[in-house]
Design a protein around this ligand. Structure first.
Ligand code: MN
Length: 714
């Protein structure tokens, strides 16, 4: 069993200034928290966090990460709380433990490739601190090493998940030894027969292989020395799973597979890498299409090497990797190779580390790469924490990816357009959230629907996916169309009944009218009426043509009269703020004329009636329905006004008054003459005047007649 001292020793070997007390404290806490718990192997539970912490020192992690490794199961399996961890070990340690716990709870149900890719991305995205992923990988490696104690069904599930998710994740972070060990362990549990077969076949050829490695090394060393290159050469057997993959992909029997030894040549400089390549190709024949230059085009995790495959001494293929010492270190350590322990105490913000690492990648890529923008994009997409994407789960454990800022509505439409159309709210990790809530990676999202719900225009302001956007637009278009269809239908039916037209086969007639108007269907015809681009009267006209209905003379006259009457009562001399083309009538109670102070009264269905400001009928009107109006100066139109004239009762008086009115160019519309009880003449006139001034002139003119007692407007 690993002991605390092993961990501390290992940590200090690469990070002499590490804060060892933090690790010691974490050890004491973890031992107490896990007290009494045992692993399936029968060992005390503490052995697991100790192994994980030790593995983390092998990955060259800082003391914060190592302490988190010791504590990684305390939140889940013991009575430890986040508050306590933060108080005792600081926020960073607590956040890492929290992140590991969160990832452990994810159910990986699907084995589908795309799903696995999503989960890998999601884990990276969820881990606000990259160290979360590294603790999780160390945890998984130890669990895989001790998988034999699990039940067989569980072994297969865990091994498959590791092969799908964690091994590729290790590769992506550049920790190839971890990737290889995980893959071999998975292989062992997933296909034990094949595993044994390959292992045995290789074991049988062990001596032969060792001889082969020695021979190749001697040839290469000799030639490189001649070229003046000092090199370190390693020969190694490839790991079993990669041999298995070759067997499967090339369909060769295991005992005939020769391409199982790989060579690595480590030199001092990049120049020597290319020189070595030249030497290798001069000794052995190159296999076409197998040369890869990861020096000028590094992998996204900054892996650099030259790879070539040649035909070796016995006519078998062998792969040779050529790299500098620095490249070798990066290939061995992966992401940790970029940790900088020399500066400070290694307890810097995790973000800072990731970004300094990114910066380094950028700097290096600029030295080597012609298209550094493309490279950077690649790094961002695959290695950085995917800031542009969020990954969430359905209640069934399916992973879905969305652009950053996506909402429950985007999620709902990604499941089904019906669910999108009807969603009213969502539950995120069991908590109710509104529809414009911004989803966060790692959440479980459940959509709540209602049959009464429907999409609204507002949704377009917050959805992020093109799918949701277009589905909402589709619904709105369809729905608005339905509204205009029913409105148009109602308008047309009303018009038909007003005209007293009996339609025998309405559908047939309307279909042919629609066709005449180049419309697809009767629904289209209704819709056009509904939105006002065709008037119901236009359609009535066409119906009449079809039915050969002629206007009766009486109807024609009535229509004409109505038209004239309409003209008479409608007025254009009134201006209403902000409203054009509104029907205006002059009130019959007070007969306002231009010049009178006036006010408008909004009548239901008849537009606006204009009253004099002091009209009695307005005094009691609902003030909400009153509207400010002003006269527009125009001489074209005349307005009726009523006058009452009192005079001495004598013959010819009516003619005199009429002449006085006519002299002022005002028309008399009506006149009534009567006499009062005390034998005075009384006359009522309705005259047409242009405005108030005109009316006053008329009145003055009347008053100038002899024997007139009074003349006034009523
Ligand atoms: Mn664990």
């Amino acid at each position: 069993m690993i002991r605390l001292n092993d961990i501390i020793e290992s940590l200090l070997s690469y990070h002499p200034k590490a804060d060892v007390r933090l690790v010691e404290k974490a050890y004491v806490y973890s031992a107490k928290a896990h007290q009494g718990q045992v692993r399936l192997s029968g060992e005390p539970y503490l052995s697991h966090p100790l192994e994980v912490a030790y593995l983390l020192t092998k990955m060259k992690m800082d003391e914060v990460c190592v302490a988190a490794g010791l504590l990684h199961d305390t939140l889940e399996d013991t009575s430890a709380t986040e508050e306590e961890l933060t108080r005792l070990f600081g926020e960073q340690v607590c956040n890492i433990v929290k992140g590991v716990t969160k990832i452990s709870k994810i159910r990986f149900s699907s084995r589908e490739q795309k799903q696995a890719e999503n989960i890998r991305k999601m884990i990276l995205a969820m881990a606000s601190d990259i160290r979360v992923v590294l603790v999780k990988l160390a945890d998984r490696l130890h669990n895989m090493r001790t998988l034999g104690f699990q039940k067989p069904e569980k072994q297969k599930i865990i091994a498959q998940e590791t092969l799908d998710i964690y091994a590729p994740l290790a590769g992506r972070l550049g920790i190839y030894w971890l990737k290889a060990e995980l893959e071999d362990l998975c292989f062992y549990y997933l296909d034990p027969e094949m595993y044994e077969k390959i292992k045995n076949a290789i074991a049988q050829r062990k001596e032969e292989q060792e001889r082969f490695i020695k021979e190749v090394k001697e040839i290469l060393e000799k030639e490189l020395t001649k070229a003046g290159i000092k090199a370190h050469i390693k020969g190694r057997q490839k790991h079993l799973y990669s041999i298995y993959r070759k067997v499967m992909s090339k369909n060769i029997p295991v005992d005939q597979l020769h391409d199982i030894i790989g060579f690595r040549v480590i030199v001092d400089s990049v120049r020597e890498c290319y020189e070595t390549l030249g030497v290798v190709h001069s000794i052995w024949k190159q296999v076409p299409g197998r040369f890869k230059d990861y020096i000028s085009l590094p992998k996204e995790n900054m892996y650099q090497s030259l790879h070539t495959t040649v035909i070796g001494p016995y006519g078998q293929k062998m792969e040779i990797q050529i790299r500098t010492w620095e490249m070798d270190r990066i290939a061995e350590e992966g992401i940790a190779a970029h940790w900088k322990y020399k500066e400070g105490k290694g307890t810097k913000e995790a973000d800072e580390k990731i970004f300094s690492w990114l910066r380094q990648i950028i700097e290096e890529s600029q030295q080597h790469l012609s298209d550094s923008r493309e490279f950077l994009e690649n790094v961002k997409m695959n290695l950085n924490l995917f800031p542009e994407e969020v990954y969430v789960f359905t209640p069934k454990g399916e992973v879905k990816s969305f652009p950053k800022g996506a909402t429950p509505v985007d999620f709902a439409y990604s499941i089904h357009s019906d669910i999108g159309d009807r969603c009213v709210a969502a539950k995120v990790d069991g908590r109710l959230v509104p529809l414009d809530y911004k989803l966060k990676s790692g959440s479980v999202v459940e959509i709540i629907t209602s049959s009464k719900q429907h999409p609204s225009k507002d949704w377009l302001t917050f959805v992020k996916t093109p799918r949701a956007r277009s589905k909402i637009r589709q619904w709105l278009r369809r729905h608005e169309r339905e509204k205009s269809i029913s409105l148009g239908k109602e308008m047309l039916e009303k018009a038909i009944s007003q005209e007293h037209i009996k339609l025998g086969n309405k559908e047939e007639i309307l279909t042919s009218i629609a066709a005449e108007m180049s419309l697809q269907s009767v629904e289209d015809l209704y819709a056009q009426i509904g939105i006002g681009s065709i008037s119901a009267n236009q359609v009535i006209g066409k119906i009449k043509q079809k039915l050969h209905i002629k206007e009766s003379p009486l109807r024609l006259v009535t229509k004409l009269v109505n038209k004239i009457r309409k003209k008479k009562t409608e007025t254009k001399g009134i201006k209403i703020k902000g409203l054009d083309d509104i029907v205006v009538h002059l009130a019959k109670c007070c007969y306002p004329i231009p010049g009178d102070p006036v006010i408008g009264f909004i009548t239901r269905g008849k537009g606006i009636t204009i009253h004099r400001y002091d009209c009695k009928s307005i005094k009691e009107a609902d003030p909400i329905r009153l509207i400010d109006v002003t006269w527009e100066s125009t001489d074209e139109q005349t307005y009726p006004a009523k006058l009452m004239v009192l005079s001495i009762n004598k013959m010819g008086m009516l003619a005199d008054i009429s002449a006085a009115i006519a002299k002022k160019e005002a028309n008399i519309i009506s006149a009534n003459v009567d006499s009062t009880a005390d034998n005075k003449g009384i006359a009522f006139f309705t005259v047409e005047v242009k405005n108030l001034d005109h009316l006053n002139e008329v009145i003055r003119s009347i008053k100038r007649i002899k024997d007139i007692i009074s003349a006034k407007r009523i």
